[in-house]
Write a protein that binds this ligand. Structure first.
Ligand code: GLV
Ligand code: MN
Ligand code: MN
Length: 418
């Protein structure tokens, strides 16, 4: 790796402009408590896209919308493949202002800072807004960046059916983001994503910047349990075939599995639907989701195996049928040591405290890592809260992170990877 970056004059991003853009974007889909609801490919997501695309156009970026609606804004300077940053602006239904949005808007801020200073990098700089990172409406998560990186076909992505029965391809067309640029996309020279940590570690440790070493593996499953619907008052307990009970037992099982495994093992039941969902009816059906993650692929596989075995035992014992469907499965990703070390060094050079850490959340960077040297920068999340309207990061930390992104993108644009 050769780099000419260390001789550059230091610049700083315009913090109030960044904070203003974050606040303006957060007005779209705003919900009580200061959060956002912009589920992927809804009208609110479209309005958010339109706003950020306008900002990209104001910066003179060349806009490409691809076949899964990823928006790539490129500052066409220098030559060669672009140094790319980016993230997502879709949110979960009860999301905060910063998850994803911060990384996209900090990317615009980096470009505007360089433009204002009359500094032209040796390579193009690009900002990506990746479609459906959250996976909250259309599974899998990180869908747009997965397709961009060639990990899923455009056709398969278009055919994904959302939690509301909508087809992804139809929704892209409906909101005007079924673009013509083919996927997979062009491999960047390097990729670096700036994101809030979404967990407690930086705050607890009193550290401002995380140099992210990788992302843990993710396994999402939908579990459907069929039993026998019956009268809640007349059906003796020992004769019930109760999917609600089986769903609860499975929820307890994965919680206890996490406690047994310890370490990085996490398991979540985030969604349970009962049918017919009435007070005095033993349900006929339960559909629930499992989100199981670990930094170690072998342990993640062991957890999946135990869950499968438990479902068989439970089905037998409770006289219900249990079927499982994979919604997302991504192995742990290790980021490029050269980019991780660069983030760490540049953060320290700005006087920040820094720690290396894996990411507990999924990110678009884990998909783009298949294409080019990649890493991420984290800043603290207040009380570790995210996927919550109360998600908060202090402006001083958001601005510090954006400055590290600025320095990293500048240095990457002057770096040749062997
Ligand atoms: C994506 O945001 C995830 O980690 O669930
Ligand atoms: Mn995110
Ligand atoms: Mn998220």
């Amino acid at each position: 790796m050769r780099s000419a970056g260390s001789t550059q004059t230091q610049l700083s991003i315009n913090g109030s402009r960044l904070m203003q853009r974050i606040a303006t974007l957060a007005e779209i889909g705003a919900i009580d408590g200061g959060g956002c609801n912009r589920l992927a490919l809804t009208d609110a997501d479209r309005d958010g896209r339109n706003l950020v695309r306008e900002w990209m156009i104001e910066l003179g970026l060349q806009i490409a919308v691809d076949a899964v609606g990823n928006i790539i804004g490129t500052w066409q300077v220098g030559s060669g493949a672009a140094v790319m940053t980016g993230s997502h602006i879709d949110t979960v239904r009860t999301g905060g202002k910063y998850d994803g949005n911060y990384g996209v808007l900090a990317g615009l801020e980096v470009i505007q800072t360089l433009q204002d200073a009359g500094v032209t990098p040796s390579r193009p700089l690009a900002v990506g807004i990746f479609t459906d990172e959250e996976g909250a409406r259309f599974a899998p998560d990180m869908l747009g960046s997965l397709v961009y990186a060639g990990g899923m076909s455009t056709e398969a992505a278009h055919d994904v059916i959302g939690i509301d029965g909508a087809r992804l391809g139809d929704e892209l067309e409906r909101i005007g983001y079924l673009g013509s640029v083919p996927c997979p996309g062009i491999a960047p020279h390097a990729f670096v994503e700036l994101h809030i940590e979404q967990g407690p570690l930086l705050e607890v440790n009193g550290v401002r910047i995380g140099a992210v070493t990788g992302v843990q593996g993710i396994s999402w499953q939908e579990v459907t349990i069929h039993g026998q619907s019956n009268h809640a008052g007349t059906t003796p307990m020992h004769l019930r075939r109760d999917p609600a009970y089986a769903a609860a037992a499975l929820t307890v099982f994965v919680r206890e599995l996490s406690a047994r495994y310890g370490g990085h093992q996490v398991c979540t039941v985030g969604k349970i639907d009962l049918h017919p969902n009435l007070t005095n009816v033993v349900p006929s059906r339960a559909v629930l989701t499992l989100d199981v993650r670990n930094t170690d692929e072998a342990i993640l596989q062991r957890a999946e195996g135990e869950i499968a075995d438990y479902c068989d035992v439970l089905a037998q014992r409770e006289q219900v049928s249990i079927t499982r469907r994979s919604l997302a499965r991504f192995e742990p990703v290790v980021f490029d040591e050269r980019v991780v070390a660069m983030v760490e060094r540049l953060a320290i050079a700005r006087g920040n405290s820094v720690q290396r850490m894996p990411s507990g959340a999924g990110h678009d960077a884990q998909m783009i890592a298949r294409m080019c040297p990649t890493a991420m920068i984290f800043v603290p999340s207040h009380k570790g809260l995210s996927h919550n309207v109360a998600e908060h990061t202090d402006a001083v930390d958001l601005i510090a992170g954006a400055d590290v992104l600025l320095d990293t993108m500048r240095e990457l644009s002057e770096t040749t990877f062997a």
